[in-house]
Design a protein. Structure first.
Length: 430
């Protein structure tokens, strides 16, 4: 039985699923986005003051990924069975306190414990993996657009939080800036998450996409109602399909590259002689384009097979890395940021691809079973990139490797045809 089970007699004016989307956006910005985009501005001043190498500093993302990978399956199963409210609320509380706690870190072990282990536990409970899974459960017809909106949260951190972080660090230092961001996380997210996070529309007596029992009665069946059919695959059924693993390989090859570039792009630009203002402008440009691109890809995803769209975005990513490697002027850096921003669609595809092929009922479990790939991608990428820098003194070699990795992901995307079964029972949604 879910912790959210309630009944409603009258449909609310605003479909409850859109509240879920709003929480997904803000939590992605303050939790996942902070760790992805904003931390890159803390990276250099913190590592220099504490005398951490870039490889050692980057290792925190490997620690985070391992913990999140281990917890992904049990957390996904808990979301499927009990709902997200308690998990997300506790995760936000821990995440905010861990961010505040970074102000007192003075050793590599402390950094790994607070920003690696504790914050990873927070993200496992309340990060994008959970919130986008819940969003996908609330929508079918409008799933692509709902997930597109949800996916803007992480790049919004680059648009809003990255320049704010640069300003705060310059004014108050990196330690006090962590306190400010931690307090903001608690104030903005805790209460809305507790009040609004719910597992599925059926738990509130609602239908996906905001359709109501009145809609069903007034339209009748089968005399004119639009029936949406969706096959709900169990975790083990999905695991036996090639499509699951091709999607997983494709998306995580991209994440291997993007997680690394996102963390190391500001130090790379600094090493190449570009000012902090240019680096901030690049991050803002890339993330602003990524926000706009989510709506673009979401619009197309309601009309065309997503595997073609993923492949197109991956080709743009590869072009972006080439532009970064060859940039010798501010214009070149901004051209990289523009193209890379358009290609950044993995936040949308991570939920949309799995839910489109395997349904929503067991989505948390299905996404949890492929979590080990994210360990290698989101944690291993930045760590390996840091090691390459420490060994070679620059990023050129690993960035060239990223071009081939991303194009290989595009090939996997094209091969990920929809799964087929000989016999199945469809669930109908009006």
């Amino acid at each position: 039985m879910s912790d959210d089970t309630t009944s409603v007699i009258r449909s609310p004016r605003i479909f409850h699923g859109w509240y879920i989307v709003g929480i997904a956006v803000t939590s992605a910005m303050l939790l996942s986005g902070f760790q992805t985009y904003t931390f890159s501005f803390f990276f250099k001043p913190m590592s220099e003051e504490l005398e951490f190498s870039r490889g050692a500093t980057s290792a925190v993302f490997l620690i985070r990924a391992v913990i999140m990978g281990v917890l992904a399956l049990p957390v996904g199963m808990a979301v499927d069975r009990y709902g997200p409210r308690a998990l997300v609320t506790i995760g936000i509380l821990i995440g905010g306190l861990a961010t505040i706690g970074m102000a007192w870190v003075g050793s590599l072990l402390g950094f790994y414990l607070v920003f690696g282990a504790i914050r990873a536990f927070s993200l496992s409970l309340s990060g994008g993996e959970v919130t986008t899974t819940v969003v996908a459960k609330w929508f079918i017809r409008y799933r692509a657009r709902a997930l597109a909106i949800s996916a803007i949260g992480t790049p919004m951190a680059g648009v809003l939080l990255a320049p704010l972080a640069a300003l705060l660090i310059s004014l108050y230092g990196w330690r006090n800036s962590f306190i400010i961001f931690g307090v903001a996380t608690l104030v903005i997210l805790l209460v809305p998450a507790y009040l609004k996070m719910r597992r599925m529309p059926e738990d509130l007596g609602l239908f996906p996409d905001g359709r109501t029992p009145d809609d069903v009665v007034s339209r009748g069946h089968p005399s004119g109602a639009t029936v949406l059919t969706e096959r709900d695959w169990t975790m083990m059924e999905a695991a036996r399909t090639p499509a699951l693993w091709l999607i997983t390989l494709s998306l995580n090859l991209t994440i291997f590259m993007t997680a690394s570039i996102t963390l190391h792009q500001v130090p790379y630009m600094s090493d190449k002689g570009f000012s902090g203002a240019v680096a901030a402008s690049a991050v803002i440009t890339m993330t602003f384009m990524a926000v706009l691109a989510k709506f673009f890809w979401g619009f197309l995803a309601e009309r065309y097979p997503f595997r073609y769209l993923i492949a197109a975005g991956q080709v743009l990513d590869a072009v972006g890395v080439i532009l970064l490697l060859t940039a010798s002027s501010t214009f070149g850096i901004l051209a990289y940021a523009f193209i890379m921003g358009i290609g950044r669609g993995e936040g949308l595809w991570m939920a949309h691809a799995y839910s489109s092929y395997f349904g929503r009922r067991f989505l948390g479990s299905t996404r949890g079973i492929v979590a080990p790939f994210r360990i290698v991608a989101s944690g291993g990428g930045p760590f390996v990139t840091g090691l390459f820098f420490d060994a070679n003194g620059d990023y050129a070699t690993i960035f060239r490797i990223f071009i081939g990795v991303t194009l290989l992901g595009a090939v996997c995307s094209l091969l990920a045809r929809p799964p087929k079964v000989k016999e199945h029972v469809e669930s109908e949604v009006w």
